[in-house]
Write a protein that binds this ligand. Structure first.
Ligand code: AVJ
Length: 326
């Protein structure tokens, strides 16, 4: 397994890199320790955070039809988390499957993975679950030979990537798929700014705690020594990049220590450290990006309010080989 997020040395190094870069930023994968995963699950229940409900509505409406069109092929899910929404698909798969069926959840948090796997096995006797606590990249590499299959990448997690990282990801996805393999890709859509900003500034303050937990995790695991209440959550829409940006803003001058690396960072009052970006998409533009990676947009499924889309993609055949070329 690589890119383990529970290795303190790797976490310290990632923090040092991020605090040294300008703008300062932290790797959003580290938001999901046990406390962070729990907080994220609570974010999805907040009234302002519509993406999870919209995507759940879409999956509920289409699960049985997808099961009959795709067959009960093995499902691999990147960033599976609690696998809550996936239950809708697995329920449909179990109605479709005549024999055993397979689910491979991939998540950065091994605790969340274990909990989800055991709940699912209890629910479905014929379901085989093999969780992978590893990076998307190595999971995709390992699943290359499994075909036919369905890869899930839900929740608009693809919106976490910078454009160049999204390209790298699509390249890895394409490489892991055989012609005919399918993907369900959940994307949150560009919409009214007030709706978007409210989703990342819920009134109950759960998203705020989610952001601040990353700095508290630095204290817990790295001994960073950031004073309590020194950081506040800031999230806003960046019009030019079509994305929500989330920062921790320092209310006072603070020293962040990384004793394991013998490093210290001086942060000034008012400085912002970016913890996450959440890009929103337009279907047509996404279709073009996918086509460059031999991923054909077969179906666009949306919720009744048109807030969110689940795209059904198929890996197209290799372009004909130049068989007669020298
Ligand atoms: C899990 C990345 C899809 O971007 O909406 C929610 C994460 N962060 N609120 C998102 C998140 C703050 C979420 N994703």
């Amino acid at each position: 397994m690589d890119e383990q997020t529970d290795d303190p040395q790797a976490f310290a190094q990632s923090v040092a890199r991020g605090l040294s870069s300008r703008p300062r930023q932290l790797d959003c994968r580290y938001l999901y320790d046990e406390i962070g995963s729990e907080l994220f699950a609570r974010i999805t229940e907040q009234p302002e955070y519509y993406p999870t409900r919209a995507e759940t509505e879409i999956l509920a409406d289409h699960a049985d039809r997808l099961a009959s069109e795709l067959g009960a092929v093995p499902i691999c899910e990147l960033g599976s988390g609690t696998s809550e929404k996936t239950r809708l698909l697995l329920d449909a798969w179990s109605r479709q499957a005549s024999d055993t069926f397979h689910y491979v959840p991939v998540d950065i948090d091994p605790a969340v993975l274990r909990a989800a796997a055991s709940a699912l096995c209890e629910r479905h006797e014929r379901l085989h679950v093999s969780g992978l606590a590893t990076s998307y990249e190595s999971a995709l590499e390992r699943l290359r030979e499994v075909t036919p299959k369905l890869v899930l990448f839900l929740g608009s997690t693809i919106g976490n990537f910078e454009p160049s990282d999204m390209d790298t990801f699509l390249h890895q996805l394409e490489a892991a798929l055989q012609p005919g393999d399918a993907v369900l890709l959940g994307i949150d859509l560009v919409k009214d700014v007030a709706v978007l900003e409210a989703a990342y500034n819920d009134a109950a303050g759960v998203t705020e705690r989610f952001t601040i937990n990353l700095f508290e995790r630095m204290n817990r695991e790295l001994g960073a020594g950031i004073p309590e209440k020194a950081v506040e959550h800031v999230a806003f829409w960046n019009e030019r990049s079509d994305r929500i940006e989330i920062y921790g803003r320092f209310r006072e001058d603070v020293q962040i220590d990384l004793p394991g690396l013998e490093r210290r960072f001086e942060i000034e009052s008012g400085e912002m450290v970016r913890v996450e970006v959440s890009r929103k998409f337009r279907v047509e533009q996404m279709g073009e990006a996918l086509a460059r990676h031999r991923l054909r947009l077969d179906q666009v499924l949306t919720d009744a309010d048109g807030r969110f889309a689940v795209l059904l993609l198929r890996r197209t055949r290799q372009p004909e080989e130049a068989a007669f070329a020298a």
